[in-house]
Design a protein around this ligand. Structure first.
Ligand SMILES: [Fe+2]
Ligand SMILES: [Fe+2]
Length: 399
């Protein structure tokens, strides 16, 4: 690097189109910021006031399209609709805890180059917004689960960014520890390399694409509601959240696709790390779930909460009835299995499009070959194997 002044203009400052995009995205997000509205929702939420209502479009209900859904009463269907919200946004809390952390480590990596203040300021705003998002999801989920079950089902105590991002993954203690080590290494590497930092936004972009598929539909429930005033607070939260997230998706695209062109060419090692993190993201998204269509959870990890819900007073099943119902939902082909697999297929195609223009991405990642290994037969086989070993949680007494 030359010591001469004035210094050479940076590649980013010369890329006027990208600089403008960053400035506009940050300014508009600041102007429209939904933090206050979301904080208000968290403060005013009262489950009693909206416990009779649907919070999402009907097909965004827990176990929609399974025998359980088909045979559920109207009030049980309302409950499954609300539980979808709780479970879905509990996963989003986990993803956003990670986002806050990696926004910061990646901003540190990018700030090591001249003229990156605008990018970093944009990320600071997004991190602050994520904290408001998490607070709204957290407050509502805890209140709902307390009222319905007197215990947690999908929500969890706050935790740090090194936990598995998927809250119901296919895992064991060793895999958890390996993942924590990978996440720690990535944090260190991204804070010291502008390229690795920028490619974090490729992974974030993929994850947001996945979120967008569902959250756009959830947000429309409020947006298109004929009487918005009477809509539940959780429906409003879905809408306000999606409004903020649309700016976050833009910034992932700008940094992952445009800013990356202004960075020094990646070394072979940086390319390797970039591809490893995309492969990690593929692995996270390599299962599908009928409990929450749209999340790539490992279904056997959900047997326990589903069992507890079926045994609760809301469904009133005994042990045998609950087990039989779970076998019908998870071990036999039904509409929900095909719907959730369809969502996964749509996700694969949209990720492919997103990764296509990036030179450093290798063939298996561009083709999403890890995700493509999953299919309906494999899903049923995994569930049957796990179901044959599944027992009621020790010491469990129905609420
Ligand atoms: Fe968010
Ligand atoms: Fe976000």
């Amino acid at each position: 690097m030359s010591n001469q002044l004035p210094r050479e203009p940076s590649a980013l400052s010369l890329d006027l189109k990208t600089s403008k995009k960053i400035e506009i995205n940050h300014r508009r997000n600041k102007e429209k910021d939904h933090t206050e509205l979301l904080d208000e929702c968290a403060k005013t939420f009262n489950y009693e006031e909206c416990k009779e209502q649907y919070w999402n479009p009907e097909q965004y209900s827990m176990l929609f399209g399974t025998p359980l859904w088909n045979e559920a009463s109207e009030s049980q269907r309302v409950l499954l609709n609300q539980l979808y919200w709780v479970a879905y946004y509990s996963q989003i809390i986990s993803a956003e805890i990670a986002t806050i952390f990696y926004n910061q480590t990646s901003a540190a990596g990018l700030y090591g180059l001249n003229d990156f203040r605008g990018v970093c300021d944009m990320l600071d705003l997004e991190s602050a917004q994520e904290r408001a998002h998490i607070n709204a999801f957290f407050t509502i989920s805890e209140q709902v689960e307390e009222a319905l079950f007197g215990q947690r089902m999908f929500s969890f105590n706050m935790r740090n960014a090194y936990a598995q991002t998927m809250i119901y993954p296919d895992t064991n203690l060793l895999k958890d520890q390996w993942r924590a080590l990978q996440l720690r290494s990535f944090a260190l590497l991204s804070s010291g390399s502008a390229f690795i930092a920028s490619q974090y936004f490729t992974v974030r972009g993929i994850r947001t694409l996945n979120g967008k598929m569902v959250q756009q539909r959830l947000s429309q429930y409020y947006q298109k509601h004929p009487d918005q005033e009477s809509c539940s607070v959780p429906s409003k939260v879905s809408y306000y959240h999606y409004m903020d997230e649309s700016f976050h998706f833009n910034s992932s695209c700008i940094i992952g696709h445009d800013v990356v062109r202004s960075l020094p060419n990646p070394t072979a090692y940086e390319r390797l790390v970039g591809n490893l993190s995309i492969a990690g993201c593929q692995r996270d998204h390599s299962n599908f779930s009928t409990v929450v269509n749209g999340l790539f959870w490992y279904e056997p990890a959900l047997f326990e909460p589903v069992y507890k819900i079926l045994r609760s007073s809301h469904f009133g099943m005994d042990d045998k009835e609950a087990m039989d119902m779970m076998k019908r939902c998870f071990c036999e082909e039904n509409q929900a299995v095909h719907d959730s697999f369809g969502t996964m297929t749509t996700a694969i195609e949209s990720y492919k499009k997103f990764l296509d223009p990036l030179d450093y991405v290798n063939g298996p990642n561009k083709n999403l070959s890890i995700m493509r290994r999953m299919n309906v037969e494999k899903y049923l086989l995994n569930n049957r194997k796990a179901m044959s070993k599944f027992k009621a949680p020790a010491g469990y007494t129905p609420s």
